[in-house]
Design a protein around this ligand. Structure first.
Ligand code: COA
Length: 320
């Protein structure tokens, strides 16, 4: 496995904390202190599929391969306006691909799950060049009268193109049965036979429990994958964590005894963009030339389920 292209896309509308305070009982100081978030970009007149296609095209262009040489598309998505076809089918159409495609939902850990599936496909000889697109609109999941959730999220798409290579050094994904700490329920079409009442339940979150579970799981996952890669924590150049909350990132940095300068972050600009957050950050660092050949990078994510995932990759720019 080797990442040869990255891409990202955001909606145009930027909403600052002060703009939220105009209609919610909240303020910039509360949001900044508790989360580090200063602003987020939110879908208004765009559609998520167009952000996904944009990010995918950037990754393919940087990867320098013909779209018809992509063997598989994996899309990580929690919600979007289509129930069917899958978002990966819509991306397939938008980039004019001719390969199989599938959606996965591992919540905010979706990029790590997607990487593991892609890596396994490569090892099994199913596919060589694989496009992973993480496209998310969590701002459509929350109740915009609920200040404890709606201030946290933003919408985005991030993509990577991978080919065969020796850059995946270790990987682990997990799930613990904690389905009640973070969930949303949606109402389906009624039938004449349905014998229960259904309702939409916007995103519900036990914030403090999510916080503690995320920190503990991330530290455990990182220690595991670093050891499995035959490395020491100090050998890692960059820790790219799911961008949910700056305090979670700071807590993990503290517990691993690693300087915050090794933990790049952009949660202050975009809020929590679910599974898109790590590929978006990876693309920004790639674009800024902050990733050097041979750099050891940890990716670590956590989300509803409670799913988690981490891996160690060695960065090598577009040499096939
Ligand atoms: N503005 C102002 N006050 C707010 C607020 C907001 N946006 N949201 C909640 N509050 C209030 C609460 O009502 C509560 O008031 P009370 O003491 O009068 O009851 C107070 O702030 C403290 O709430 P609490 O939930 O205890 O705050 P917290 O310090 O735990 O911070 C989170 C809340 C959500 C920021 C924090 O728990 C968190 O980041 N959790 C992880 C969330 C996450 O990462 N989710 C995604 C995982 S993929």
């Amino acid at each position: 496995m080797k990442i040869i292209g990255t891409g990202s896309a955001h909606p145009r509308l930027t909403i600052t904390n002060d703009m939220l305070a105009a209609f919610l009982d909240t303020n910039d100081e509360w949001i900044t202190t508790r989360t580090g978030i200063k602003q987020r970009q939110i879908i208004s007149d765009e559609r998520l599929k167009d952000l996904a296609i944009d990010a995918a095209k950037q990754a393919i262009k940087k990867g320098g391969i013909d779209v018809h040489d992509i063997d598989y598309i994996i899309c990580s998505n929690v919600v979007n306006e289509y129930v069917t076809p899958s978002l990966s089918c819509i991306i397939h159409d938008g980039i004019d691909a001719n390969c199989p495609c599938v959606d996965i939902n591992a919540a905010c850990s979706g990029f790590l799950y997607g990487l593991q599936i892609a890596h396994s496909f490569q090892r099994a000889g199913v596919a060589r060049n694989i496009l992973i697109v993480c496209a998310e609109e969590p701002t459509r999941m929350v109740d915009w009268k609920d200040r404890s959730t709606c201030v946290l999220f933003g919408d985005a798409a991030g993509a990577v193109l991978i080919t065969e290579g020796d850059c995946m050094k270790s990987m682990r994904v997990t799930n613990m049965s904690k389905t009640d700490v973070l969930y949303e329920e949606r109402k389906l079409e009624p039938t004449p036979y349905l014998r229960r009442n259904e309702d939409n339940v916007p995103l519900q979150m036990k914030g403090q429990e999510v916080f503690k579970t995320a920190v503990k799981a991330s530290v455990k996952d990182i220690a595991h994958v670093v050891e499995e890669a035959g490395l020491q924590i100090d050998d890692i150049d960059h820790f790219l964590l799911h961008q949910a909350n700056l305090r979670i990132i700071e807590a993990v940095s503290h517990l691993l005894k690693q300087d915050m300068s090794k933990f790049p972050h952009n949660v202050e600009l975009y809020g929590n963009t679910s599974s898109a957050s790590i590929p978006v950050l990876l693309n920004e660092m790639n674009m800024r030339g902050e990733l050097k050949d041979g750099d050891k990078i940890v990716l670590s994510a956590f989300g509803a389920g409670f799913t988690t995932g981490a891996c160690v990759i060695e960065w090598h720019s577009n040499q096939k």
